[in-house]
Design a protein around this ligand. Structure first.
Ligand code: WT7
Length: 666
């Protein structure tokens, strides 16, 4: 176990020290969950009387067209768990329409900050109008309930508008991150047979243009399921438009007939809402499927209680909507809660490393939620940048995406949070829909580096290899023992849950396995230790090593490749690729950059290897299995073979020495 996870000596040290930071009194007094006791009582009730707990939550948090008859059924035995059966509702109605009958009608729902500092604000009324208009466009183009719509857009308001428009008519959206390549886009469109694609002429990030339509055209070349493509004009509009297939968004929405209100599609609680692809330890990305009621309830309730949202707050999550964080905590959770959600098109360092803080000052942001990688990147530019801005509006900070180490946590707390603002280190996954383990800012004594407590209804257990419960302080595998409303309902194209069972339920029967290592300390607080499978976490983004390996092997020069993560100061993990060339090819820096470029083209810039190490051979067991443990140690710079653990199964011991030498020569 210890061998497979990151070194957490510092965390251990702080945990041993028992340093905790109590919730500020003023914060606790006004918080939704304001004492440790309140949390404990509610948590216990959520496990002991789950039906009652979730019934009350669902009645209180959501607007139903028809009430549900059953709170929950099924479980991890047959994987046919269902929530709120019999209930009928619509997600867009819950995010928009229901606020129109209240004072929130004229409240800002969405504030958009563009890359170059312009602003667009949509009140709930205005957003409702735009969503309804675009929903009419979808219908006019033949999109029906249950059809898949792929969305490949930059961080512009049309992105949440398109998502909500799909939700309004019951179409299933699949957002593909704008940083993915044309082949990654193609693969996702093909997997879910999307009927329509929504894209933009180009994206603009950090002053640089991203040629989205060019990539989309390349992808659509091999996507026969796509009948139409709607293109938002973000740039100069100077792109090819395929007659009969492509139309402009602004032209579509200006047709008079789409201005009339679009009727809501009544959706069953378990009707699909969206598919979002994510990498796993096997080659192909999986289309994680989320459904209507459970997902919406879970994202709304976690948002309200953990982000402690109050109606006067401006809330900013810096994630891209192309990832689940943006789905749950820019769009669905906040809008269902009637919040003001800020979305940002740009990057933290453009035009300078003060950009985040300039935006906080400009809108008087109260709740700020970002990733450890962004904090680390900004930390490197020094405290001078944040100090130039008035950050006094901030009352809550959050992080997500990877373990945050205590030094970074402390910098965030002191420099951005004035040494007094609570930080919620929220642990969750694409599959979980919302927070699984998280502090409650008015109730949890914080320990830098710990994600603290399970959310209501979540019953985690850290187990050993053999499935028995790990002792306090002992590292193990993080599993969950029962379903919760926000969890995935399956993966696309796997109606009998065969793949889902293999990926999440096989290793520890009867439990959901997260793929992460964790330990629980003597106080019952959870510490996440990183992935224990062949998944690496680069800047808070999950990448399957197998996917990068297949990209490398798809190049004619490569005969074999093995990819591992290594500790990286800013990204958390960097990508180290060991490459064996085919006969007739010779190792060179040029070839290394050609191969990097190839991976970038196949998957996207995020997957580009940081290092390529050419090798003659890989360390394998006698049965031919690559010993990744050794490759990870070498990539991390380890040179003493004593530190490599048991090498007795290694077929060819000399390989290790050669690889160490090769690593040193990089
Ligand atoms: C993986 C999920 C869901 C948010 C974005 C990433 C890691 C996420 C934390 C955290 C330690 C974390 C895990 C997890 N992770 N948040 N607070 N502390 N690790 O979503 O792409 O589905 O990745 O991110 O390893 O399994 P994702």
């Amino acid at each position: 176990m210890a061998d497979e996870t990151r070194s957490d000596a510092t965390i251990e040290h702080l945990a041993a020290e028992g340093r905790t930071i109590e919730p500020p009194e003023e914060f606790a007094r006004r918080a939704t969950i304001g004492t440790e006791d309140t949390y404990r009582v509610m948590y216990r009730r959520s496990l002991e009387e789950p039906e009652r707990f979730w019934r009350e939550a669902a009645e209180q948090e959501l607007d139903w067209i028809e009430p549900f008859d059953t709170v929950m059924s099924g479980g991890f035995e047959d994987l046919d768990y269902r929530w709120f059966d019999g209930g009928v509702l619509n997600v867009a109605a819950n995010c928009l329409d229901r606020h129109l009958g209240t004072w929130r009608r004229n409240k800002a729902a969405l504030i958009w900050e563009s890359d170059d500092g312009h602003t667009k604000t949509y009140t709930y009324q205005q957003l409702h109008y735009e969503v309804s208009r675009f929903a009419n466009v979808l219908k006019k183009k033949g999109v029906e309930k249950g059809d898949r719509v792929a969305i490949y857009l930059p961080m512009i308001p049309e992105l949440p508008i398109a998502m909500l428009a799909c939700a309004r008519i019951g179409a299933i959206h699949s957002v593909v991150f704008g940083g993915f390549s044309s082949s990654a886009l193609r693969e996702r469109i093909q997997d879910c047979s999307a009927k329509m694609l929504i894209t933009a002429d180009e994206g603009i990030r950090g002053g640089r243009k991203v040629a989205l339509k060019v990539a989309a055209d390349e992808a659509l070349f091999e996507c026969p399921s796509v009948e139409s493509c709607v293109v938002v004009q973000r740039g100069a509009g100077d792109v090819d438009m395929e007659p009969g297939r492509d139309t402009w968004w602004h032209q579509e929405i200006s047709a008079p007939e789409v201005r009339k209100p679009c009727a809501l599609e009544p959706m069953a609680a378990e009707d699909p809402l969206f598919i979002l692809y994510t990498s796993g330890s096997t080659g192909k990305p999986k289309g994680v499927l989320h459904t209507t009621a459970g997902y919406l309830l879970y994202s709304a309730l976690t948002f309200k209680t953990v982000m402690d949202y109050r109606d006067e707050d401006v809330y900013w999550c810096t994630a891209d909507i192309g990832w689940v964080t943006g789905h749950s905590y820019i769009v669905y959770g906040p809008l269902a809660a009637g919040a003001t959600s800020l979305m940002f098109e740009g990057v933290p360092t453009y035009p300078d490393p003060g950009r985040f803080w300039a935006v906080v000052e400009k809108y008087r942001v109260n709740i700020f939620y970002t990733a450890p990688t962004a904090i680390r990147a900004l930390m490197r530019h020094g405290s001078g940048w944040p100090q130039r801005y008035d950050l006094s509006s901030i009352r809550l900070l959050g992080t997500v995406g990877e373990p945050i180490n205590p030094e970074v946590w402390t910098w965030y707390h002191e420099t951005i949070g004035r040494g007094e603002v609570p930080i919620v280190d929220t642990y969750w996954q694409t599959e979980t829909g919302g927070f699984l383990i998280t502090p409650f800012p008015g109730a949890t004594p914080l320990k830098p580096g710990s994600a603290s407590w399970p959310f209501f209804g979540v019953e985690p257990e850290v187990v050993r290899e053999d499935g028995s419960r790990a002792d306090p302080g002992e590292g193990g595998y993080l599993t969950v023992r029962r379903p919760w409303p926000g969890m995935l309902r399956g993966t696309w194209g796997d109606p009998h849950h065969k793949r889902m069972h293999e990926v999440y339920f096989e290793r520890f029967p009867g439990r959901y396995f997260t793929g992460d290592g964790a330990r629980v300390d003597a106080d019952g607080d959870y510490w996440l230790l990183g992935r224990v499978d062949d998944v690496i976490n680069v800047s808070g983004h999950r990448l399957g090593t197998a996917e990068i390996e297949s990209a490398l092997v798809s190049h004619e020069a490569v005969s074999e490749a093995a990819v591992v993560g290594f500790p990286h100061e800013v990204k958390g993990e960097g990508i180290h690729a060991y490459v064996i060339l085919r006969d007739g090819y010779h190792a060179s820096e040029d070839l290394a950059s050609i191969l990097s470029g190839h991976v970038r083209k196949v998957i996207g810039p995020i997957a580009k290897p940081d290092r390529i190490q050419f090798a003659q051979d890989l360390p394998k067991t006698r049965s031919g299995k690559i010993m990744r443990r050794i490759l990870r140690k070498i990539a991390a710079g380890e040179t003493e073979t004593d530190a490599f653990g048991d090498l007795s199964t290694l077929a060819e011991p000399k390989v290790v020495k050669d690889l160490i030498a090769g690593r040193a020569a990089l």
